[in-house]
Design a protein around this ligand. Structure first.
Ligand code: DON
Length: 533
């Protein structure tokens, strides 16, 4: 029996990916088609105005494509600070100045050049049709759009989002004509249909008229980078995951590695979502985020000490002070190396055993809230992922320093963590999620759920998760559904708790019975396994 499987953020992208696979396209072809469809039907995160990471397992080899946005050429370190040196609220989150140079179209083009098999135009066409002829707006999307419009109006944020999206009503067909024409140029001219010619001049003129920085030179200068994925042995598996510009691979492997060390020291297996389990993983989270803030940034600009941060001795030493029943003081958890140095996800497996794990984003829902007039797509607000000022948290509460300071053409540090777990060289699990810094947690906890606690795939994505990231102090954010007695015990220990809905996992898991797939119930995802022979 051969099978293929998809776990996607919505039904349109799932159907487009399955159609490509059924036509004989590979997982990369399906990913490209899905990515463009999401730019139409999942406007809160799907995009051509943003960026992302694609992790590919193909013919036994692993490849990682960094199509993260870059800071415009005229960006500078202090661009979001006022005359007193304070961070200007919202400047890196809304409006044209919040946008980095989009990377998605170049990313898809590069992926297609190296690994695609079906014609490019075939892969872009489903998105063109959905934009030109419209799609029926799902209720969850309509709800997100109307809540977003209420929020920006309540805060008096001056962006043009509502002009383009106020008409998207649940159950009604929503057409995006300008976006359709932009997608047609991409379909017909490839990456040049976005980075050069008509689209580039529309973007550049819109930016100039509206206080933005991105110009035609910036668009022409954009490159996506093929990078070596981080690959590490963990238990009986090989974890293949995201290298910098993502913080994800390092964080996930530190989390899994320190968890194992504490468990070995204790000599007992911790029970899933018990007080000890949540405490130990929160303690590890403190250490992960102290390192993230200090050492991680764009590897084309800073030397990221990846090997040192994942070294066995280092993880031994970092895990050693973790004790049951006792919280480390936040200020005592420093970056650990001695010498100081400086959203949406989908998973696809094709019938040949190739896999794609792809996370893509425009940062916050609906990005900067700005639609490029005349081109019909939403611009990202990814600049907020840089550290606008040393030690001042960004939207996701992450702090950073020199390694993640703004510089022209630099990529901002990301938490997106597309990950593939192999067993004896074959795909065991494909996982990933949106959620800013909580992505790290959603991904490593999905791995523990599947491969340590042996949960079926629906439970892997839907079991309540919890997140701690050093700051705010002692705060554990958790999904609803964790035992009240466990939560009370954590409060008694000194933790602060906040219930929050984070993440949207899309996971494919190989079992003895074959492929299984699930999308988290809170979203509007669709996961399908089909028998191909
Ligand atoms: O790259 C990052 O880490 C963020 N820009 C991701 C944003 C995100 O996941 C938003 N989703 N909830």
């Amino acid at each position: 029996m051969t099978q293929h499987a998809v776990a996607m953020p919505d039904s349109f992208s799932a159907d487009a990916a399955l159609a490509v696979l059924n036509e004989g396209g590979n997982a990369v072809d399906a990913a490209i088609a899905a990515q463009f469809v999401l730019a139409v039907t999942y406007p809160e995160a799907g995009n051509i105005g943003g960026g992302g990471f694609m992790l590919i397992h193909k013919d036994g080899q692993q490849h990682f494509l960094d199509y993260r946005e870059m800071a415009p050429g005229r960006a500078h370190r202090d661009m979001y600070l006022d005359e007193n040196g304070d961070v200007i609220p919202y400047a890196s989150l809304f409006g044209t100045l919040a946008a980095g140079i989009p990377g998605t179209v170049e990313g898809m083009w590069q992926a297609h050049q190296r690994h695609g098999t079906l014609p490019w135009a075939r892969l872009v066409q489903p998105a063109v049709m959905l934009a030109a002829e419209g799609f029926v707006v799902p209720e969850k999307l309509a709800g997100r759009i109307s809540r977003y419009i209420e929020r920006i109006e309540a805060r008096d944020i001056d962006v043009n989002f509502a002009e383009f999206f106020a008409d998207a009503k649940a159950g009604e067909t929503f057409v995006q004509t300008e976006l359709a024409v932009t997608l047609m140029r991409i379909r017909d001219k490839g990456a040049d249909g976005f980075y050069r010619g008509t689209t580039a001049s529309i973007i550049s003129e819109f930016m100039a008229d509206n206080g933005g920085l991105i110009n035609e030179d910036d668009l022409a200068a954009y490159t996506a980078q093929w990078r070596q994925p981080i690959t590490a042995q963990w238990r009986d598996y090989t974890v293949v995951t995201s290298p910098p510009t993502s913080s994800g691979g390092i964080a996930i492997l530190q989390w899994l590695g320190m968890y194992d060390r504490v468990e070995q020291r204790l000599g007992v297996e911790m029970k899933h979502n018990s007080v000890d389990y949540m405490h130990v993983l929160a303690e590890v989270g403190k250490r992960v985020f102290a390192d993230r803030g200090e050492y991680l940034g764009d590897p084309d600009f800073v030397d990221v000490p990846t090997g040192d941060l994942l070294n066995d001795d280092y993880l031994d030493q970092r895990a050693a002070p973790i004790q049951l029943g006792k919280l480390s003081l936040t200020e005592s958890v420093k970056p650990g190396l001695k010498e100081s140095e400086d959203t949406t996800h989908f998973s696809i497996v094709d019938s040949m055993g190739n896999a794609v794990s792809n996370t893509t984003t425009i940062n916050l829902s609906f990005g900067s809230g700005v639609v490029v007039e005349g081109a019909g797509f939403i611009l990202n607000d990814e600049m907020d992922d840089f550290s606008a000022k040393e030690g001042v948290p960004n939207f996701f509460g992450a702090i950073g320093g020199k390694a993640n300071a703004i510089a022209p053409y630099k990529r901002m540090l990301s938490s997106m963590s597309p990950t593939i777990v192999l067993q004896e060289g074959r795909v065991k699990m494909v996982t990933g999620s949106p959620g800013g810094t909580t992505i790290l947690t959603s991904v490593y906890q999905s791995i523990l759920n599947a491969l340590v606690f042996n949960m079926p795939v629906e439970a892997v994505v839907n079991t309540p998760r919890f997140h701690h990231q050093l700051l705010p102090e002692h705060l554990i954010r958790h999904h609803p559904g964790i035992d009240a007695s466990t939560l009370n015990a954590l409060v008694d220990m000194g933790y602060n708790l906040r219930e929050s809905e984070f993440g949207d996992l899309h996971v494919i898991l190989k079992t003895e019975q074959g492929l299984t797939a699930a999308s988290e119930a809170r979203g509007r995802g669709k996961a399908v396994v089909e028998v191909t022979e």
